[in-house]
Design a protein around this ligand. Structure first.
Ligand code: MTE
Ligand code: MO
Length: 382
């Protein structure tokens, strides 16, 4: 069993697939912690978790004018400043379950919790590439990351990002060796993973083995034949993976984590608190979350909560570098009589991008990029 060496996991996780291990936390916990505890952070593995000896670990960098370079974990920790970034990581398949309800899609049935917000620390990829002789403005267009996890044929997980993101002073791309102040847990890429803030989870390669500077994008399955968006009219007979670009920045997203679907509340409690998360890709800051209790007829603006515990207004990150989510909350008076309520949330980002109202028009065969208004039905009773 290639999975026999996988690490232990928290029993509260909702398991989507055991081998490879894919799981998300109960969604209510997301809005209870600005920083998602590592044990509850969603785990998305395509392959068995590799067991890496940190004392012999070497990161290879290929495609440099002067030939390949190899760095140990100690090199990464001692030769480069430690940089800390709080960034949200979201799987492209987050909320696939809702898209699947429109029409069947192929993929793991994620709820709304294939997303988490963590504090990552490590060497900046930019610092490492500059030191090993990668010059800004050289021919390379892409930085390819290869993992240590391999399938039965020996193919490793691999993905790439544009060189502009990798080398940008404002890109904050990390070769991370810490998550939430501790060494990376095995499920999250021990001893080193790439953290590409604002970019789809799939490019944040775990158990990083090799970096290749390249004129081409990664040729891997995950870059070329997966993690691309298509029209609702495209099916498995007509799909041409070459016709769409690989996903990098994700669209604006939000979801309700409280109350839970189907909950029953007592009219006598008078008020109801609605909570959730909101985030956008590419460093675009969420500037507003609207909440409706009547299926979208009327709206109220939620309070956004940033990093500072108990602080009402979130502190604004530098423009274009809003990597972390905003938690939001709204307490509203319950309607005067008992009834069913449809609660909806939708977020707006700093480019005034909004979420579509339903999943139908953004449906795609892989069930990715699902960012429609999130809806939760509850019952108010006498
Ligand atoms: N890196 C490797 N080496 N192998 C993988 O299977 N999965 C990717 C990415 N990096 C993956 C990987 C995907 S699709 C996602 S969404 C994120 O890791 C999930 O990161 P997490 O498990 O730390 O939440
Ligand atoms: Mo993913």
């Amino acid at each position: 069993d290639p999975y026999a060496d996988d690490p232990p996991r928290h029993p509260a996780l909702k398991v989507n697939s055991q081998k490879p291990f894919n799981a998300e936390p109960p969604s209510q916990i997301l809005a209870e912690n600005y920083i998602t505890p590592s044990a509850f952070f969603f785990k998305r593995n395509h392959l068995p978790v590799p067991k890496v000896d940190p004392s012999t670990y070497q990161l290879e960098i290929h495609g440099l004018p002067k030939g390949p370079v190899s760095l140990s974990l100690m090199d990464l920790k001692s030769r480069f400043p430690k940089h800390t970034v709080t960034a949200t990581l979201q799987c492209a398949g987050n909320r696939r379950m809702e898209m699947n309800q429109v029409k069947q899609v192929k993929g793991l049935s994620w709820g709304i919790a294939a997303i988490g917000n963590a504090t990552w620390a490590g060497a900046r990829l930019r610092d490492v590439l500059l030191e090993v002789g990668c010059k800004p403005g050289s021919n390379f267009q892409h930085v390819v990351f290869e993992g240590l996890d391999r399938d039965v044929t020996g193919t490793a997980y691999e993905a790439s990002i544009p060189i502009s993101k990798a080398m940008s002073e404002e890109g904050d791309v990390l070769l991370a060796y810490e998550m939430n102040g501790e060494e990376l847990p095995r499920d999250h890429g021990f001893p080193v993973r790439v953290v590409v803030p604002g970019i789809v989870g799939a490019r944040n390669v775990k158990w990083l083995a090799k970096i290749v500077l390249s004129e081409e994008e990664s040729s891997s399955h995950w870059q070329q034949n997966d993690y691309k968006g298509f029209s609702p009219g495209t099916d498995w007979d007509t799909v041409d993976y070459k016709s769409a670009p690989a996903i990098q920045e994700l669209p604006v997203q939000s979801a309700i984590t409280q109350p839970a679907e189907g909950s029953v509340v007592d009219l006598s409690q008078g008020v109801l608190t609605v909570k959730g998360y909101a985030w956008s890709g590419g460093g675009r800051e969420v500037i507003r979350v609207d909440v409706s209790l009547d299926g979208g007829k009327t709206w109220q603006v939620a309070t956004l909560r940033g990093e500072e515990e108990g602080q009402e207004a979130a502190p604004s990150p530098p423009l274009g570098r809003a990597w972390a989510w905003k938690l939001w909350e709204l307490t509203v008076a319950l309607p005067a009589e008992a009834q069913e309520l449809e609660i909806i949330c939708k977020a707006v980002d700093s480019s005034y991008n909004v979420q579509p109202d339903t999943m139908g028009p953004i449906w795609n065969l892989r069930g990715i990029l699902g960012n429609a208004w999130h809806r939760v039905k509850i019952t108010v009773r006498k």
